[in-house]
Design a protein around this ligand. Structure first.
Ligand SMILES: [Zn+2]
Ligand SMILES: [Zn+2]
Ligand SMILES: [Zn+2]
Length: 85
């Protein structure tokens, strides 16, 4: 059987607009770890993904959003931060 993989690249090159995929944009700790306020990664320190496709530790984005100066915007792209369903 002969299979030609010609269309492969169109799919493979697609990526999110994220410079560093695996780290929280706020605390810069990678998603295998927890935010600076928690001791253990996992259910106690969940990750949250916004509609803009940026992801953060829940605790990090909460403390960010609670700052007056944040104005409810994503710290990475400055769009309104809404949690992706
Ligand atoms: Zn974080
Ligand atoms: Zn945490
Ligand atoms: Zn964003």
């Amino acid at each position: 059987m002969k299979v030609k993989i010609k269309e492969w690249h169109a799919v493979a090159t697609w990526r999110w607009d994220m410079p560093e995929d695996e780290v929280c944009g706020i605390c810069r700790v990678d998603f295998d770890g927890c935010c600076p306020n928690c001791k253990y990664p996992g259910d106690d320190c969940p990750l949250i993904v916004g509609k803009c496709h940026h992801s953060f530790h829940l605790h990090c984005i909460l403390s960010w959003i609670n700052q007056e100066s944040a104005k409810g915007l994503c710290p990475m792209c400055r769009q309104k931060f809404e949690v992706a369903a």
